[in-house]
Structures are given as C-alpha cells and as structure tokens.
Design a protein around this ligand. Structure first.
Ligand code: NAD
Ligand code: LMR
Length: 331
C-alpha cells in the first residue's frame, strides 16, 4: 500500500541550488536524511539567472527520483518567494573570489547576497526558522544575514564547520587505526578558514584520551595543517571545491540540530555568548551539543596555552572580518 504522510511538510530552501553542493544536498534532503524518514518536505530552489537552468535541471531530476517525502519542488530567482514560510534555510550560493578581487571586494559582494537574504528571512520565515550558512566566508556571511534579520533570534543563524569537524575525526581515526565512531570530544574552533583550530586535547578514543596516543609534533605539523588546509587539498586534487562532503556535513549539521546529539559533541559555527573568551556576537566554531532543537556550547573545558594561542588567532581573523563588513556598512 502507498504510504501517506499526514505530517505537515517542512519547507527547506536551498540557495545556490544549481551549484555542485546543491546537487548533492537536495537529493539527500529529498530522501529523508536531513529531517527524518517520516518528514515530508517542500523543496525551494533559489538561484540567480546564470544558475537558473542548472537548478531547473536538478528539479527535473528530483522529480524523477520519485521521492515519497517530497511534497513540492519550486525553482525561483525571487528571495522573498524562496523564504516565505521557510523552516530550514540552507544558504549555499555565494560569490566566489574572482581574478583581481581583493578580500574587501569579496566581503562586499557577499554582503550584497546575504544582507537581502537575511532581510527576506526576517520578513517571511516561519517562527521556527533555522539557518545554516555554507557559502564562504561562511561565518561572516552568517553574521551579515543575522544582522539583517533583527526579528529572528541570532542563535538561529549558524555557519558550517561540520565539514572541518568531520575531516578532523576522519584524519584522527586513520592515524589511530580505529573506526570514526570510536572518537568523541573533538573540537573545531574559530573560523571556517585555514586559521581554524582542530583541537584533540579533549578527544577520546574508546574512552581513552587521544593525547596519550599521539605526539605533539604530529599534532602541530601534520594533523592541524592537514585538516585546516583540506579544502585547498580537495580543490587541488579534484579540480573544484568539495561538494558531496560539504553537502554531507550540511545534512549532519541540520539533522543534529533538529534531532539532538545526546551526550556526543560536535562542532558548529554559532553566535558567541562570550564563552571561552570569544567576543560576544561573533559567529565562531565551538564544541556543541544539541538538545530541544537548540545548540548549546559545551562549557567548562580547560584550555591550555597551545590551544589558547590557536583559538585566539582564528578568532582574531573573525574580528577582522567583522570589522571589515562593519566598515563597509554591511552589518
Ligand atoms: P557552485 O559555484 O557550484 O554553486 C554556487 C551556486 O550559487 C551557483 O549556481 C550560483 O549561480 C549560485 N548563486 C550565487 N549567488 C547566488 C544568490 N545570490 N542566490 C542564489 N544563488 C546564488 O559552488 P559550490 O561548490 O556549490 O559551493 C558553494 C559555496 O559553498 C561556495 O561559497 C564554497 O566556497 C562554499 N563551501 C563551503 C564549505 C564549508 O565547509 N563551509 C565547504 C565547501 C564549499
Ligand atoms: C572547503 O572547506 O572545502 C571549502 O570551504 C573550500 C573553498 O574554498 O570553497
């Protein structure tokens, strides 16, 4: 017998839907891996004119997937329509750095995207809206979007550092010859950039402290740079930036946010409440758990001098980005 879903569909909007992350992400959202195998979804695909045809093609393929959970598929270039009633907003589309573009040009170009999208979310989103920013520079784009959505609690705007977290877990598991599931307590701090700090000082493997099993030389000269520069490594090897792994991390982030993590930790870019000396209001990666549909920062961890210096360096970069977008009048 055909399955009928009586639950109200959840509206999921993906920006940059015609791009490579969108292509991987939408199929997993359609299959139930984002929100659960009993939750129907309305998929809204937002693009700009240059990406419209690709998004239309993705929509045709989504239809051809005959996903029982998909209630509707809409392709639009209108942010107001895309975010009207949205519950889950995945902000993937961003302006990549072009030839001759300075960092401030990049921030300004992205401000022109994430400001209006934040405003459209403010106007039209459902009261339970949750936003994940994937498009780079993700942390600062989340800050910009949030600044344009004064009626949406700031903690509903998050930035993706789950890919960095997953990369760190995978590298550590490979080094120790254990399954990824044996590892807990890993943290990525700071910015989704090469300044990020993947921190193993609280990590355990099968309950045993990882610091007993690896030496500081490997940590400082192999693990940390490998994880922090993995995005560049993928671009070099694959010829374009990570897509399926980025989509997978976005699925993990939203799934954990909505469904909860239990006692397990993960990492997410969330608005700082001043914890661990990170200036209040910055969107920075922290150790987090999710309960009741909200992220909470894991509190009370000892931060040694090695970690302190690295957290401070990445947070300093976030402060610089914030000051730059403030100077441009984007927040
Ligand atoms: P892509 O170029 O394949 O796709 C991006 C799409 O966004 C394009 O189709 C483009 O037309 C669209 N777009 C641009 N501006 C838009 C707007 N204003 N509204 C709607 N759509 C818009 O890129 P991709 O590989 O899918 O990557 C997307 C972004 O994700 C990039 O910024 C990339 O750097 C970032 N990224 C982040 C992480 C992370 O861990 N946070 C990981 C990988 C990639
Ligand atoms: C990644 O971490 O894979 C991406 O953020 C890299 C990039 O620059 O798009």
């Amino acid at each position: 017998a055909a399955t009928e879903f009586t639950r109200t569909p959840v509206t999921v909007t993906v920006t940059g839907a015609g791009g490579q992350i969108g292509y991987a992400l939408l199929f997993r959202a359609a299959s139930g891996q984002l929100l659960g195998h009993d939750v129907p979804v309305n998929l809204r695909l937002l693009e700009i004119p240059q990406g419209r045809a690709a998004a239309e093609g993705t929509a045709l393929e989504l239809q051809d997937g005959a996903f029982p959970l998909v209630s509707s598929i809409t392709v639009t270039e209108d942010a107001t329509a895309a975010f009207d009633g949205v519950n889950i907003a995945l902000l993937v589309g961003a302006r990549p750095r072009g030839p001759g573009m300075e960092r401030s040009d990049l921030l300004e170009a992205n401000g022109a995207i994430f400001g209006p999208q934040g405003a459209a979310i403010n106007t039209g989103a459902a009261s339970d809206v949750r936003v994940l920013v994937v498009g780079n520079p993700a942390n600062t784009n989340a800050l910009i979007a949030s600044a344009h959505a004064p009626d949406v609690p700031a903690e509903r705007f998050t930035a993706m550092t789950r890919l960095d977290h997953n990369r760190a877990v995978a590298q550590l598991a490979a080094k120790l010859g254990v399954p990824v599931s044996a590892i807990d307590g890993l943290i990525v701090w700071g910015n989704h950039s090469a300044s990020q700090y993947p921190d193993i000082s609280h990590a355990t493997v099968h309950g045993r402290p990882v610091t007993e099993l690896v030496d500081e030389d490997w940590l400082a000269h192999e693990f940390i740079p490998r994880v922090a520069k993995r995005g560049a490594e993928i671009i070099e090897v694959r010829g374009s930036s990570s897509a399926a792994s980025a989509a997978s991390a976005a699925i993990d982030h939203v799934h954990d946010w909505v469904s909860g993590t239990g006692e397990r930790w993960t990492s997410a870019g969330v608005v700082s409440d001043g914890s661990y000396g990170v200036p209040e209001g910055l969107v920075s990666s922290f150790p987090v758990r999710s309960a009741g549909g909200a992220w909470e920062v894991v509190q009370g961890l000892d931060i040694d001098a090695f970690s302190r210096a690295r957290i401070d360096a990445s947070v300093a970069e976030l402060v610089e980005e914030r000051d730059a977008v403030r100077a441009l009048g984007l927040i």
